[in-house]
Design a protein around this ligand. Structure first.
Ligand SMILES: [Ca+2]
Ligand SMILES: [Ca+2]
Length: 327
């Protein structure tokens, strides 16, 4: 009993302290919940035509687009081709394509920017886009800007994403053994002999030869055709290699999600000595096509080379001005 009464006063003090902390905490939360002041602003979009990518794809960012979704994000938000993956997103809205304007409720005096996702062939609402896995076929962004109290309109330039030279090449631990889904969850690893991550060509000089066992490599990006007509693609490998080319205007993520053994342009699968296989495809000059290459080495000798023959050209390993990746 005595013991309990001695503890009574300290316990009350502790209880009151906790109560005070809880009150302080909830007060702070209330302030946070209120957030920064906002204003609803009509934003005029100037669609830039300057990018090298769009020179190859379309003369105008939204030319022929039926729906354009605008995402309002904090300035430090990284671009995602799947817009639903954007973090810290403020708001989605659709552009009025007849006036190139979009109405958004923006935070005031905060660094913000817009990401744009254009769709072709069908008109969507925001909720329809949010409930579908449909991928946009063109992307753009603005520079950072702020809206201050009293601003009712703003004009911003929307630039399409540029492409940079080279395919992204990543090496993984283990031999994929023709299990295409291996690359979905493979463990990336670095290796001194594996030069990258962007490849203007894939030859014994860049990927190496006879330098290791039980590893796999994925190259992905875009192939920009210089001529219209039949192109032949080759892989020369020990052991397995595969090559896919998707439809023009298709993001590489779509090609990866749809690739299968039956849609491969080059199927050079299996554990085997150095073997060259090829496939042919008709391409249009100036257009970008997603390209995906898988390679794996089980044991013994190892080599991977990728070459192609344009309609009127000679076979080459040199992918400069042909191989690109999106920024
Ligand atoms: Ca080897
Ligand atoms: Ca081998």
């Amino acid at each position: 009993m005595r013991k309990n009464s001695k503890l009574f006063i300290p316990n009350v003090i502790t209880l009151l302290s906790v109560l005070l902390l809880v009150l302080l905490f909830s007060a702070c939360n209330n302030v946070d919940k209120a957030g920064p002041a906002t204003a609803t602003v009509s934003i005029k979009l100037n669609h830039s035509q300057s990018s090298s990518r769009m020179a190859g794809v379309s003369t105008s960012f939204t030319a022929g687009a039926d729906t354009e979704l605008i995402a309002l994000v904090p300035d430090n938000t990284s671009f995602q081709q799947k817009y639903l993956s954007l973090e810290n997103l403020y708001q989605f809205a659709l552009t009025d394509l007849s006036t190139d304007t979009v109405s958004l409720t923006v935070p005031l005096d905060t660094a913000i920017k817009l990401y744009s996702y254009a769709y072709f062939g069908e008109i969507f609402t925001v909720s329809e886009l949010q409930s579908t896995a449909r991928q946009p076929v063109q992307f753009g962004n603005t520079s950072s800007f702020t809206i201050s109290s009293g601003d009712t309109s703003k004009e911003v330039t929307l630039k399409s994403f540029d492409y940079s030279s080279g395919l992204l090449g990543l090496r993984y631990a283990g031999y994929f053994n023709d299990d295409l889904s291996f690359f979905d969850n493979a463990t990336e690893e670095t290796h001194a002999s594996f030069v990258g991550p962007y490849f203007d060509n894939i030859t014994t000089a860049t990927a190496g030869t006879n330098y290791d066992d039980t590893y796999s490599v994925q190259w992905k990006g875009y192939f920009k055709a210089a001529e219209t007509g039949t192109h032949t693609f080759y892989t020369k490998s020990d052991d397995s290699s595969w090559l896919w080319l998707g439809s023009k205007l298709t993001p590489i993520e779509t090609l990866i999600s749809e690739r299968s053994s039956s849609t491969a342009l080059v199927n050079n699968s299996g554990v085997h000595a150095t073997t060259t296989r090829s496939g042919q495809i008709s391409l249009t000059a100036g257009k970008l096509y997603p390209i995906l290459i898988y390679f794996g080495e089980n044991g013994g000798g190892d080599i991977i080379e990728v070459s192609f023959t344009p309609p009127s050209g000679t076979t080459t390993f040199n992918g400069t001005n042909y191989f690109f990746h999106a920024e």
